[in-house]
Ligand binder design. Structure first.
Ligand SMILES: Nc1ncnc2c1ncn2[C@@H]1O[C@H](COP(=O)(O)OP(=O)(O)OP(=O)(O)O)[C@@H](O)[C@H]1O
Ligand SMILES: [Mg+2]
Length: 281
């Protein structure tokens, strides 16, 4: 019996194709994208998946702070030939692989054909070797943020119940729809005062997106405002590790389980990096 259980577990971990790609986006800044990305990545890695978290935000990125990473290297160091792919990947104690502050993509236009091919080969290897890739994109509707989202299988838009954040979340969904994004769009409401307020926020955005854009926005859930999220950032730890029994941690674990299952049902995120590279030309 025990052997069967073990076999099943191994089968469930078996990968059948390249990693699925989840991009975390928002219009407005400071709504909790990086906190959510770090916690989801940690939960998914703890569940046995091979997860790569890429910070797509160079100027304001702070994933290194939240995950207590002292990595000085990013994708640009690899692009310029100064570091290998392995050297720019940081591994957290929970087994989450992280690439910090990816400013390199904007420089792609300067590469020659040989460099571009080499880069694509290396990046494709990343996708072949992971189960899930999470991209923490920059706030706003910049070219790079949209490029990452359009290449992903699933875009998780983060908003808060405040009107400016809602308007900007809708604007992000509108740009995705305008660019004929073919993947799934989910919305998570963070820093809600109550679950009811969070649900209402989701319904308002989903209704408008359906009516004016004919886009179905999936409900990824509600995260309440919780002082422990702020305390965990101060401790430089994901809240799911710093306060595993807190309500916010339970909600994040549930979200990770839901997203993990959802990603498994999506068609494999083929050639994510090829799409990203093409976008920058
Ligand atoms: N549920 C929450 N409850 C309380 N505070 C929160 C919550 N989620 C995030 N925060 C706080 O909000 C701050 C900003 O979060 P975070 O850096 O993840 O936002 P962001 O969307 O990535 O910002 P940026 O747009 O600058 O990248 C965090 O430092 C954290 O303290
Ligand atoms: Mg951020």
């Amino acid at each position: 019996m025990q052997t069967e259980a073990l076999r099943l577990r191994q089968m469930m971990k078996c990968r059948t194709g390249p990693a699925s790609v989840l991009a975390i986006a928002s219009g407005k800044g400071g709504v909790g994208k990086t906190c959510i990305a770090a916690n989801l990545g940690t939960c998914l890695a703890a569940s046995g998946r091979k997860v790569l978290l890429i910070e797509g935000d160079m100027s304001l990125g702070n994933i290194d702070v939240i995950l207590n990473i002292n990595s000085k290297y990013n994708l640009w160091h690899m692009l310029s030939g100064r570091k290998s792919l392995e050297e720019i990947i940081h591994l957290t104690p929970e087994g989450l692989e992280v690439i910090c502050g990816v400013s390199g993509f904007e420089q792609l236009a300067n590469l020659n054909e040989f460099q571009r091919r080499r880069l694509l080969n290396d990046l494709s290897r990343l996708q072949e070797n992971a189960d899930v890739i999470i991209i923490d994109t920059a706030s706003g509707i910049s070219k790079s943020a949209i490029g990452f989202c359009l290449a992903a299988d699933d875009v998780l838009v983060v908003t808060t119940p405040e009107a400016p954040a809602m308007t900007d979340a809708y604007a992000t969904i509108k740009v995705l729809a305008g660019n004929r994004f073919a993947g799934r769009i989910s919305l998570i409401v963070n820093m809600a005062e109550t679950i009811a307020q969070g649900k209402k926020t989701y319904q308002q955005i989903a209704r408008v997106a359906k009516r004016f854009l004919d886009v179905h926005v999936y409900d990824a859930g509600v995260l309440l405002r919780d002082e422990r999220m702020i305390a965990a950032v101060r401790l430089r730890k994901p809240v799911v590790l710093a306060y595993p029994k807190a309500q916010i941690s339970m909600s994040l674990m549930a979200l990770a389980a839901k997203l993990g299952n959802g990603l498994a049902t999506l068609p494999s995120g083929k050639r994510f990096f090829k799409k990203v590279v093409d976008w920058f030309f």
